[in-house]
Structures are given as C-alpha cells and as structure tokens.
Design a protein around this ligand. Structure first.
Ligand SMILES: [Zn+2]
Length: 308
C-alpha cells in the first residue's frame, strides 16, 4: 500500500493500522486505525476462509453468545476472565466488549463477501473519507488547533464520520451533506459525540473528552474534508452512507467506549448489510437479532446515563 512507502510519521504506531490491539494511541487521530484489514475487506483480498482466519487472529472468534466462556479452540480479542471467577461488573464489561468485537468482525466478513461488482466505487470513497494518502497533513492541521494527540484522539475521526452519516441521512435527497451540515449535526442530537465512555461509565477516569470533537475549529477540519470526499463520489447516497458507516465503525478506537459510533455507524451498518446484502450476524438468535442485543446491552445503558 502506498502509505507504507512514505517516510514513517513521527509517532504513528504501526500496530494501530494492523489492528494489532484495541485502541489507537498515535498521531493518526483514528484515520488509519485498522486500515489494513478494512482495505482488504473492500478489495475482497484472499479467499473467504483465509480472510476469516485473519479476522479470528485480529478480533477473536465469531462467538454465538454474549456470555459463555470461550472454549480452548476459541480466541478472544481481549482478556476474558472465566465467568466463575469474574466479578459481576467484569462480566458485564466483557459481554459488552464481545458484542462489539464480534460485530466488527461480522461487518468485515460480510463486506469481504460482497463481490467486487457490488462494491464499485467503494474503495475510492473509503480512501477519501479516511484520508488514506493525506491523513498526515490532515492530522497536523488538527493538532495545530487542538494540541498533541491524547488517549481519546483515536475516537476523533470516527465521531466525525458518525456526524457525516447522520448529516447525510438528514440532508437527503441531496447527494451529500455540506460541511456545515456535518459540523452542526452533533449539536442537534442527544447523543454525545465528544466523549469516550463505556456503557456504564458515569464520571471520572472512565469518561474522556475527545478534544478534537469538542473544539469547533478542529472538528471543522474533519467536516470540510468529509463533505468534499462525499461530494466527489459518484455513488448513490445510500451506498455513500454505507461506506461511511463501515469506515467509521472500523476506525473507531473502541466501539465499547463510543456511543456516537454505535448509534450512527454500527447500527446503520448492520441494518444496511442485513437488508441490502443478506448479511447474517454471529450473535443473531431466534429471540433477538444483533441490533436488538446492541440496543439492550449497550444503548439502554448509555441512555440511562443520559448520553444517547
Ligand atoms: Zn492510530
């Protein structure tokens, strides 16, 4: 890929791009987070079984339940403490984390399975909305306004994509939202766009402000960039929004801590992929679809905390 040919950026952590760990603590502001596997899904690189093995390596197994301990042949994205010894709180956290980790894995698998003829024009738009060749200069622009990246900066670009999706859906039938539509969208919603917080977080160390979202001048850099990218794409609006949703949910530093991304990116992506591409999700069961599980286990808790 072209970006690997460029000189290494000052503090870019290659593990971020390779999805080697949860989170993004580097200078990319989230733009390059997990980009290798995201691009591979768009390109339908490798055979489905090979791609699936890669997904297991990165995100863990395609679990079918939210709380049963992994078997010895199953892999997890994060540390999993056996139910027998885990506190009630730990059990809740790891179930919530499993829901989002399995969902990201499912989304990538489904995108990979769509034939290239069904994704014409998707990759150029993905590269445009994640600034594939220009992320360094965009990140520099943002940092000049908001200061050096911190532990919540990896949520920035995904929050901007969430605003772009919300604004794009609202602007219909216009083919793309304007920069102002995107910049203004978060202020019109009850969901917080500028906080990273897990579903039961209430205050203190578990709630982090995403300073680049909170600072209008910095957020405008993203709004301008995304409005231009969306206006330049010839795709129908629905396809543009699908690409934005997928790009945004995969680049989030951690969906478990990102209510805006779950609401405006993950849930729409699951619905689009289910209705338009026949996508099936690992946690779907006879009683509940994955969307409903996300609403019950994540949305409702954020709602109770007043941030959804
Ligand atoms: Zn990063």
């Amino acid at each position: 890929m072209t970006h690997t040919m460029q000189p290494a950026p000052s503090n870019h952590n290659p593990a971020c791009q390779r999805a080697a760990q949860v989170g993004c603590d580097c200078d990319c502001s989230g733009m390059m987070h997990q980009s290798n596997i995201l691009v591979a899904a768009f390109e339908s690189a490798k055979t489905p079984p090979e791609f699936d093995r890669e997904l297991t390596k990165l995100f863990g197994s395609a679990f079918r339940t939210i709380s049963i301990d992994p078997t010895s042949s199953e892999a997890t994205r994060r540390l999993w403490e056996p139910i027998a010894s885990a506190t009630a709180q730990k059990q809740r956290s790891q179930s919530e984390q499993r829901i989002v980790d399995v969902a990201v894995r499912d989304v990538l698998r489904i995108v990979h399975s769509i034939p290239l003829s069904g994704k014409v024009g998707w990759l150029p738009l993905l590269e445009a909305v994640t600034c594939h060749t220009s992320w360094r200069s965009v990140a520099n622009q943002v940092q000049r306004l908001s200061g050096q990246h911190d532990e919540a900066s990896g949520f920035f670009w995904s929050s901007a994509l969430a605003a772009a999706l919300g604004a794009g859906a609202k602007a219909r039938p216009a083919p793309a939202p304007t920069a102002m539509d995107i910049a203004n969208f978060p202020g019109t919603q009850s969901t917080v766009f500028d906080e990273a917080r897990h579903p039961r977080a209430r205050s203190g160390n578990t709630v982090k402000t995403i300073k680049e979202v909170a600072l209008p001048a910095a957020f405008n850099v993203a709004a301008d960039t995304l409005a231009t990218a969306l206006a330049s794409s010839p795709l129908p609006v629905q396809e543009k929004l699908t690409v934005v949703a997928i790009a945004g949910l995969v680049t989030s530093a951690d969906l478990w801590r990102h209510p805006a991304a779950v609401r405006y990116l993950l849930l729409p992506a699951i619905r689009f992929l289910r209705s338009n591409f026949g996508g099936k999700f690992s946690l779907d069961n006879q009683a509940k679809l994955t969307e409903q599980i996300i609403e019950d286990e994540l949305k409702q808790k954020w709602k109770d905390g007043g941030v959804w």
